[in-house]
Design a protein around this ligand. Structure first.
Ligand code: NAP
Length: 293
């Protein structure tokens, strides 16, 4: 079997086009959805992610109040900026690009964003709402994965979903989404304490891998016909590339595609969806403001 390659770029373009249409409608009512991305320092991967997010904002016709700060900015100054953006009525979403420099407490900073503008869905109030099923902002990467599954027509109800990774931004929220009635999956979460990872991955109808290491999952660890979602983004040295590196996921793509029914590529799979869901959440925040007023 050779898997259907899930075109995350195309599906993200569809989501973004839909958002852009709705932005036009809001603009006609005098509201321009606006996101502020805060970048501290010049970590190359972070710069590239922020550039992608800002490009998507522009393409969707949204306003951009992003701020780039030097790496030695104090925690106090970052908190002060967040306080100003929290109070700024023209701003609907605030996002702090992680990781932050070591001298800044990431939890303190992300928790300082008011839940109503927390379009990343990282604030404990939004995390709590995810757990209880109340309406809040859903974290972009896991939410984007559910959109991929829906658009590809992958059946989730009654299926075994195995999530490799238990981070707060990917693994845990992914598992919480898939156990919702809407998706109705039976979920197993694996991590570095899991013994014999393959015993679990081989049982997955849908295997979602977010371990942060290339080839954590290889073809022999996958059940024939499974749907494989590779969240990983790893830079590995490649002298044939101008940049000196290439991107690979957390799954050995070549081996996995021979066993899977569906698979996401890296790049071009989950990554574009994360950005699409970010602008979707920003639009939703602007719409929520109208409902409130
Ligand atoms: P993270 O915080 O480093 O978490 C990795 C998780 O994987 C941890 O829970 C860890 O277990 C587990 N793990 C690591 N090696 C494992 C192994 N061999 N077997 C089983 N579990 C293992 O990473 P993250 O932030 O969730 O990100 C995961 C990957 O997704 C990274 O490659 C990241 O770049 C990528 N990512 C992509 C997007 C996107 O938009 N495409 C967005 C976010 C993240 P322990 O808890 O026991 O340490």
């Amino acid at each position: 079997m050779s898997a259907v390659i899930i075109d995350g770029k195309q599906i993200a373009a569809e989501v973004k086009a839909d958002v852009a249409k709705k932005v036009e409608g809001l603009k006609a009512k005098g509201i321009t959805p606006c996101l502020a991305v805060i970048l501290v320092g010049d970590n190359p991967a972070s710069v590239s992610y922020v550039t992608g997010k800002r490009k998507a904002l522009e393409e969707a016709g949204m306003a951009d109040k992003s701020v780039v700060l030097p790496a030695d900015t104090s925690e106090e100054d970052v908190l002060k900026l967040i306080d100003e953006l929290n109070k700024d009525k023209s701003v609907h979403g605030i996002l702090v690009q992680l990781p932050l420099p070591k001298h800044i407490d990431e939890k303190k900073v992300t928790n300082a964003i008011i839940p109503e503008k927390d379009v990343d869905g990282f604030h404990p109030v939004n995390v709590g709402k995810l757990v209880t099923g109340e309406k809040g902002f859903l974290p972009c990467t896991p939410n984007g994965i559910t959109v991929l599954l829906k658009k590809m027509g992958v059946e989730t109800s009654g299926k075994n979903v195995v999530v490799v990774g238990r981070s707060n931004i990917v693994g845990k929220p992914m598992a919480l989404l898939m156990i919702r009635k809407e998706f109705n999956s039976t979920v197993t979460i694996c991590h570095t304490g899991t013994k014999n990872l393959a015993d679990y991955t081989k049982n997955a109808d849908i295997l979602i891998v977010a371990s942060g290491h290339p080839a954590t999952v290889t073809g022999d660890m996958i059940k024939e016909g499974a749907c494989v979602i590779d969240v990983g983004v790893n830079r590995i040295p490649d002298s044939t590339k101008k940049s000196g590196f290439r991107l690979v996921g957390d799954v050995d793509f070549e081996g996995a595609k021979e066993k899977a029914s569906f698979i996401t590529p890296v790049p071009g799979g989950v990554g574009p969806m994360t950005i699409a869901m970010l602008i979707y959440n920003t639009l939703e925040s602007a719409e929520n403001r109208i409902i409130k007023n």
